[in-house]
Design a protein around this ligand. Structure first.
Ligand code: 13P
Ligand code: SF4
Length: 337
């Protein structure tokens, strides 16, 4: 599912009223909201001038949501990136997401506002080590299939049979003909998929530093004090954390679940940006944050986004042979999900 955001042009006072509902008093003072308002106006003007669309991941800063044309999880953003008809895509997310947009849109200019927006998970596997592991494992399992999480570089996608995201990983694995699957790079998502399938999942030694640091004890302590809260967790969390969850969902899956549920209090076990989105979009409900910040996602600021559109930086480029092979793995994911 994907959606366009209803554009709501707020005045400075409305912006302050909106953002100051978050518990970030240092960030959202009236003075700062005045500056944010000016930057938003300028970004909107430049988006029109450049014929650009701005895609933002659910973990982005609340002020970035204000200028986003689409907000979503990895699958929704990849779908949007394959459908938009513009000249320029500004990606407010991390590098592998902007690369995914470029893989699907070779003729468009794709910009990432800050090149430091990487991902610890994507860094944990490279194409050469994947090729070596594949070769070794194929001697043992001739039918081996390689599924790479979208949180990987284009080179790693190019070495894979198909990609998956947190919202379709089980479905993709189930729909492949292979019985043995090398699943890269998230060991926690691999363990979660293994619980839902009879196939043999061979995992990689990688994890997301944000989700992997959340412990079972932390969640158990909240549940003990607040036994009525619904616990929503991302599948990048450790298996013993997921055991305590009422639902294991992608970031947008959590948004939908929380909005549609009859329950009114939730513990959100993922990166903190998602809790901010929920606090702003479902003010009638209560969200407890069992979350951590992703330093990479938070590299993207409104100022960096404005500069990105002003001087058209930082442009994502890819060798064409890598792009084409990576596109095959992504298109196969769309076909199977
Ligand atoms: P989602 O696809 O669920 O948004 O996850 C992306 C991500 O980076 C989680 O850490
Ligand atoms: Fe990567 Fe984890 Fe940050 Fe997601 S939250 S972008 S997986 S480091």
């Amino acid at each position: 599912m994907h959606f366009a955001i209803e554009k709501q042009e707020r005045t400075t006072a409305e912006l302050y009223g909106h953002l100051s509902r978050l518990e970030h008093p240092v960030h959202y003072t009236p003075e700062r909201c005045e500056r944010i308002h000016e930057q938003i106006q300028e970004i909107r003007r430049l988006k029109k001038e450049r014929n650009a669309v701005l895609l933002a991941h659910n973990y982005q800063r609340p002020e970035v949501f204000e200028v986003a044309d689409f907000i979503g999880d990895s699958l929704e953003l990849a779908r949007q990136a394959s459908e938009v008809e513009v000249d320029v895509i500004v990606f407010c997310g991390v590098h592998f997401m902007a690369e995914t947009a470029k893989i699907l849109n070779p003729e468009k200019t794709v910009l990432l506002p800050d090149l430091r927006a990487g991902c610890s998970l994507a860094d944990s596997v490279n194409a050469d080590s994947l090729a070596d592991r594949k070769e070794a494992l194929r001697k043992l399992y001739p039918d081996l299939g390689v599924v790479s999480y979208v949180n990987t570089t284009a080179e790693v996608k190019a070495e894979s049979d198909v990609c998956c995201t947190s919202s379709n990983a089980v479905k993709i694995v189930e729909r492949l003909p292979h019985r043995h699957i090398l699943f890269v790079p998230d060991e926690n998502l691999a363990a979660y998929v293994q619980q839902q399938t009879d196939k043999t999942i061979i995992s990689w030694d990688g994890n997301c530093y944000v989700h992997h640091q959340i412990t079972r004890d932390q969640i158990a302590a909240v549940k003990k004090n607040l036994p009525h809260v619904k616990v929503l967790a991302h599948p990048e969390c450790r298996a013993d954390v997921l055991e305590l969850a009422d639902a294991v969902l992608s970031t947008s899956g959590m948004v939908q679940y929380a909005k549609q549920s009859d329950a009114s209090e939730f513990l959100i076990v993922t990166e903190c940006g998602l809790s901010d989105r929920l606090l702003l979009e479902a003010p009638e409900k209560k969200f407890y944050k069992a979350c951590k910040l992703c330093q990479y996602m938070k590299m993207i600021t409104l100022e960096a986004t404005l500069q990105s559109l002003r001087v058209m930086r930082h442009e994502i480029t890819l060798p064409e042979d890598v792009r084409q092979r990576a596109e095959k793995a992504l298109r196969k994911m769309f076909a199977l999900s």
